[in-house]
Design a protein. Structure first.
Length: 191
């Protein structure tokens, strides 16, 4: 009985002590890919497409925003995160950039199922989606378009000359978005 009373009293004191902690604001910056892409007004008559699940290096999974330092070390920004895992955000971002070209009517993208057989299916495999130690933002990807009739068109895209100062995360994300816009433009030209 005495042990039970002491245990209850100890637990109550621990809980009362926790109540007096003051909350601290979370200052983490959260970034979304393609958040400022303009919307194309009229896509009627444009080729219908579906953006399939993308493939990217496994080290880019999760919500940390990564870049490479000297000797190939992988580093991430303290206090900055992706709003969504890039594996899920990239199909949406590519779809938005494709539509903003005004040459593609995106009918769906991963994780939505491919339900319209008349829509061409776009697949993208990223080789690189980060910055190198020299401050160059690298968006390198292979892409493929599979049309409804089974015809395939494919290509490779390397983003040209995207320099980053090595410190500003917002600038880094903007450069990655520029690379995605270039990739979408290249795919749209092949539709």
């Amino acid at each position: 009985m005495k042990a039970t009373a002491i245990s209850v009293l100890t637990l109550a004191l621990c809980l009362v002590g926790c109540v007096n902690f003051k909350p601290k604001p979370d200052r983490t910056q959260v970034f979304a890919l393609a958040s400022e892409v303009p919307v194309a007004a009229n896509l009627e008559g444009k080729p219908e497409v579906h953006v399939d699940r993308v493939e990217l290096p496994g080290f880019l999974e999760g919500t940390r925003i990564h870049f490479r330092t000297a000797n190939g070390e992988l580093n991430s920004f303290a206090g900055a995160r992706w709003a969504q895992d890039p594996a899920e955000a990239l199909p949406r971002a590519i779809a938005m950039h494709l539509q903003s070209t005004g040459r593609a009517n995106v009918r769906g993208y991963y994780p939505w199922a491919y339900t319209q057989p008349e829509a061409a299916k776009i697949s993208v495999q990223f080789e690189r989606f980060s910055a190198n130690p020299a401050g160059q933002v690298e968006v390198v990807a292979q892409w493929q378009i599979e049309s409804a009739d089974g015809r395939r068109t494919q290509g490779r895209y390397i983003a040209p000359g995207l320099q980053w100062d090595g410190g500003d995360v917002a600038d880094y994300v903007a450069k990655l978005n520029q690379g995605l816009a270039g990739l979408a433009e290249k795919i749209a030209q092949a539709l």
